[in-house]
Design a protein around this ligand. Structure first.
Ligand code: ADP
Ligand code: ZN
Length: 766
């Protein structure tokens, strides 16, 4: 028997063959962690596959030249090797596979699809403390009153000792530290009782509960409205269909419901049904810190049965949560993108909330999109999946249109009395100060804030600082410097004072004044939340103002503190970035101001319109969730842009129809798959030349359906003294891109000094 092993930390993207000694045949299953010799080192590896025979000889030769031979088929560089005996596997770690077989299949798919080394993909499946192989259980001493056998000798105790034993018995035992503190004794006293046989002290694993001390009030299922019931029925159909493994896996379901329409209640009831069947569920949320209320609602419904994978967990906490999931003690897992790999056996449902969120994409290798991985995992494990959003990604929407996904719609807000907010579009071209300068706040928005302050209601002010100050916008007429061939904003490159298109490589000199209206103030957009805070404080000196952005929330739970203060009414105005755009639910917020809607519209990305629509709809969704109707002010220089107009009524379908047409005409995703290569290195000409050679080899090997861009400097052309160049590949399917690309990469080795990132289905082109 042969085991194909991925070597931990090798970054070679290859599998190596080892012999399985007969005595290890049983534990050496797919997913097992093993110890092997690799070259001269003893290393950890994972069994990816088992085989009867080895075509390639690897490990036995690892300490001699030639180098180990790959058995992975992606990189086709294997010379014909001699065939000496294989090295044996030395030992198998623990009992049972560390990686569940279904997850191993998922890792192999990821390695192929995202062109990432298999061992990196396996690493990604496992939290660091699990991967290290060192148990980090927190062992504590636990004290219990000893059982006194029938007719046995009772130890002779003093009155005080007797009292202590009785106390310990009464509370059913406890941690030694706790006993000492509660019953006012010393460790020696307890030890003496142990020697007398009156108590036992044992080592026990203590669960480090990340949510300890955070009280959760249990909740009961709500009676569903008609839309919700229909959606739930559709999901439960999928759950039943999945039970029958001879039928095809159920179609993914897009739960398309406006903000506040009660999607979460549908998830909760679907999961309850899945638990009834003895199965488990995974719920992906964009970022736990940003969606504390959503997480609370899951905790409130499922109590101890829930495991939360928070990015702020300590290693120990993460280890414990992982073990609870693996042991089946927690059947519902809630977490951000990496939770898609949670070791849930008998998976009955996956939910991806806010499925359109770019934060599901990992920005290092493997650059996976957790939503897409979730769809794949559901398919491999024959389980239903629900993708929820008020503003679905156009990729998902297209899948609905072509019948790949089913759809369930929730078209009204669920809570009684809650209505959609009234949205005002404010044309900022008219808001000029006496000195002729453009203003950041319109009079209408300032008046509205003042009204709220007078009435004791709350305001959210939103500024999207993801926008870069690198696209040129005219403050008078709203003109944006745009590449006509590609219909995306030019990026302003400061070092050579020129506008560049990152799709076609075209460039243009910067005009002295606006080419449309002649205004000389034609310049960069760019204002951060801190500046907004300053202005608002000056306008409303008595208001209590808080700011929530990456700078103000670096501490653990600082999100909760800021949001807690806002919720309890200690803050009048909360200013924030996209952190405040999602999942929050504050009944007293009756006003939302979007300070600069354009900042996300003119990023040099063909998804700028889609992102803007999503943000505007999501932010607007934060208001009017209580009994008082909400108002939204959208300040913009381009009031007629479809993303702005359609977001006003949360008309996703109207927006999507128009946007899909543009994407089809220009051949952008979802009408093609887009892979983005970024090469960086210290020497600019070498970087550009190597990427040119790679582009050339892809061009040689790819068929005509693959569109290969020019090699251009990246939007961020230089970072940390590394020059960055970019190449975009587009094709109808990734299967047209991956083979020529992996061949091109095998033929053009990237030297140590340079770094290549391959981003399959890239979401951002920076
Ligand atoms: P979404 O996830 O679609 O944004 P939520 O699940 O947050 O919407 O629901 C919005 C509000 O409506 C919540 O306060 C929720 O408790 C309430 N809600 C949901 N379903 C119902 C229902 N069937 N009846 C009454 N209120 C509901
Ligand atoms: Zn262009």
């Amino acid at each position: 028997m042969i085991a194909r092993i991925a070597i931990d930390g090798a970054a070679s993207g290859r599998l190596f063959d080892y012999a399985v000694p007969p005595e290890l045949a049983a534990p050496c299953a797919v997913g097992a962690r093993v110890r092997v010799h690799f070259g001269h080192r003893a290393v950890l590896g994972y069994v990816v596959d088992l085989a009867e025979d080895s075509d390639f000889i690897a490990s036995a030769n690892a300490d001699k030249k030639p180098a180990p031979v790959p058995t992975d088929l992606l990189l086709d560089v294997a010379p014909d090797p001699p065939k000496p005996a294989l090295k044996p596997i030395e030992a198998v770690d623990g009992d049972g596979p560390v990686v569940l077989p279904g997850l191993m299949r998922l890792a192999r798919w990821m390695a192929q699809y995202y062109l990432a080394p298999i061992e990196r993909c396996i690493q990604t499946l496992l939290p660091a403390p699990v991967r290290s192989g060192r148990s980090r259980e927190k062992i504590r001493l636990y004290v219990e009153a000893a059982e006194v056998a029938e007719g046995g000798e009772t130890p002779k105790l003093t009155k005080r000792q007797e009292q202590l034993v009785a106390d310990i018995r009464r509370v059913g035992g406890g941690w030694l530290q706790q006993v000492i503190a509660e019953f006012k004794c010393t460790a020696e006293t307890v030890r003496r009782l142990e020697n007398l046989g009156a108590v036992t002290i044992v080592e026990r694993q203590m669960r480090r509960d990340p949510f300890a001390n955070r009280r959760v009030v249990p909740s009961k299922p709500l009676p569903l409205n008609e839309d919700q019931s229909r959606a739930l029925r559709l999901v439960l159909n999928g759950v039943s269909q999945a039970e029958d493994t001879s039928s095809p896996p159920p179609k993914p379901i897009l739960l398309f419901g406006v903000t506040g329409s009660g999607k979460t209640e549908v998830y909760l009831q679907a999961i309850a049904a899945v638990l009834e069947k003895g199965r488990g569920a995974i719920v992906l949320v964009p970022e736990i810190a940003l969606t504390p209320q959503t997480v609370q609602r899951f905790a409130a419904r499922f109590g101890e049965n829930i495991a939360v994978l928070h990015s702020a967990l300590s290693d120990g906490e993460r280890y414990d949560e992982w073990q609870r999931i693996r042991a089946g003690k927690a059947r519902v897992v809630v977490g951000p993108r990496s939770a898609v790999f949670a070791p849930v056996e008998r998976l009955g449902l996956i939910v991806v909330d806010e499925e359109h969120e770019p934060s599901y994409k990992q920005d290092e290798s493997p650059r996976y999109n957790a939503r897409d991985v979730a769809v794949m995992r559901a398919n491999l494990e024959h389980c239903p999946i629900v993708l929820g959003s008020a503003t679905p990604a156009l990729e998902s929407w297209k899948n609905v249109k072509t019948g790949k996904y089913d759809v369930a719609r929730l078209s009204r807000r669920a809570a009684e009395d809650a209505v959609m907010p009234l949205v005002h579009i404010v044309d900022m071209r008219r808001e000029i100060s006496e000195a002729g300068q453009p203003r950041l706040f319109s009079q209408a928005l300032l008046d509205a804030i003042k009204q709220r302050l007078d009435k004791g209601e709350q305001t959210l002010l939103f500024l999207n600082r993801r926008g870069y100050s690198t696209s040129l916008v005219c403050p008078s007429c709203g003109y944006v410097a745009t590449c006509e061939a590609c219909d995306i904003a030019y990026t302003y490159h400061r070092h050579d004072d020129c506008l560049r298109c990152h799709i076609c490589g075209g460039w243009k000199r910067v005009a002295d004044k606006c080419p449309n209206c002649g205004d000389p103030k034609y310049k960069c957009l760019g204002t951060g939340t801190q500046r907004i805070e300053q202005i608002v404080s000056a306008c409303f000196p008595h208001a209590r103002i808080a700011r929530m952005d990456a700078d103000s929330t670096s501490r653990k739970f600082s999100h909760d503190d800021i949001l807690g203060a806002f919720k309890s009414g200690k803050t009048d105005i909360l200013i924030g970035t996209q952190m405040i755009a999602k999942g929050l639910h504050f009944p007293n917020v009756t006003l939302v101001g979007i300070v600069m809607a354009d900042s996300s519209l003119h990023i040099p990305d063909f998804r700028a319109g889609e992102r803007t629509f999503q943000l505007l709809a999501q932010v607007s969704g934060r208001t009017g969730r209580g009994a008082i109707a909400g108002e939204v002010y959208v300040q913009t220089y381009t009031p007629d842009h479809p993303a702005v107009q359609m977001a006003r009524t949360e008309n996703f379908e109207g927006f999507a129809d128009g946007e899909l047409e543009i994407r089809r005409d220009l051949n952008y995703p979802p009408y093609c798959h887009l892979t983005c290569l970024t090469l960086s290195g210290p020497e600019e000409s070498a970087v550009a030349a190597l990427l040119e050679r790679i582009a050339e080899s892809v061009r040689d090997k790819a068929d005509k359906s693959v569109i290969i861009s020019e090699v251009v400097p990246a939007s961020l052309p230089k970072a940390n003294n590394q020059f960055r160049y970019q190449l975009l590949l587009r094709a109808p399917t990734t299967s047209r891109i991956l083979p020529p690309l992996s061949a091109a990469l095998a033929a053009n080795r990237v030297p140590e000094a340079m770094r290549l990132s391959v981003d399959v289905d890239a979401l951002s082109l920076f």
